[in-house]
Ligand binder design. Sequence first.
Ligand SMILES: Nc1ncnc2c1ncn2[C@@H]1O[C@H](COP(=O)(O)OP(=O)(O)O)[C@@H](O)[C@H]1O
Ligand SMILES: Cc1cn([C@H]2C[C@H](O)[C@@H](COP(=O)(O)O)O2)c(=O)[nH]c1=O
Length: 215
Amino acid sequence: MSELVFFSGTMDCGKSTLALQIEHNRSARGLQGMIFTRDDRAGQGKLSSRLGLVTDAVEVEDGQDLYTYLVDHLSQGRRADYVIADEAQFLAPEQIDQLARVVDDLGLDVYAFGITTDFRSKLFPGSQRLVELADRVEVLQVEALCWCGARATHNARTIGGHMVVEGAQVVVGDVNQPDDIGYEVLCRRHHRRRMTAATARAGSLAPDVLPVETA
Ligand SMILES: Nc1ncnc2c1ncn2[C@@H]1O[C@H](COP(=O)(O)OP(=O)(O)O)[C@@H](O)[C@H]1O
Ligand SMILES: Cc1cn([C@H]2C[C@H](O)[C@@H](COP(=O)(O)O)O2)c(=O)[nH]c1=O
């Protein structure tokens, strides 16, 4: 039975790497995948991992019907044995419905990869629809860590290392961008307190605020 699987996690937890591994293992057995992505950091029509691997992909456009795209592809006599959709948080809810239809009506497995929540810890509309429709939601096993060592569960947007809570939901970017607009993964406690690695470091270097008695 074919499935819609949502592999989710924070930024930088290995989602794209897993997508590339699934693609590699299936293509090594002669299967052919349809790979969709949207707004990958490596550029249009690319699916890339921080481990350095990259593959070509179909860049999903606004309003594109993914079900019709696959039907057209197959009716031209071309193959697609399974579907991978990376950066799935950027897909519209209707496009997630179309992926579910690919599973149900075309009998193809669809593996979607994406972050669940944005920098304000609100669901991306595409991820919300995936949670609603997926046969399975899989949380990545290799946990990304907060600066405190706890499992990172939230994505923070940072400017110059400081967490911000205002701005557009979609801003393509990367972790480890200390001087620029970037992202950092945090545990919930530190996301709630807006405490990034840089602000925690600055706090630990600040002089004592309580009077300290000396002998
Ligand atoms: N130099 C490195 N050596 C080993 N592993 C690395 C290195 N750089 C990144 N990684 C691994 O790659 C993961 C990020 O993979 P990626 O697929 O790009 O993440 P995602 O798609 O979830 O944002 C990191 O969590 C880490 O496990
Ligand atoms: C939290 C958050 C992230 N983004 C962007 C930043 C990256 O371009 C992608 C996530 O990619 P990854 O492969 O999972 O690292 O999403 C965004 O646009 N808005 C956000 O709130």
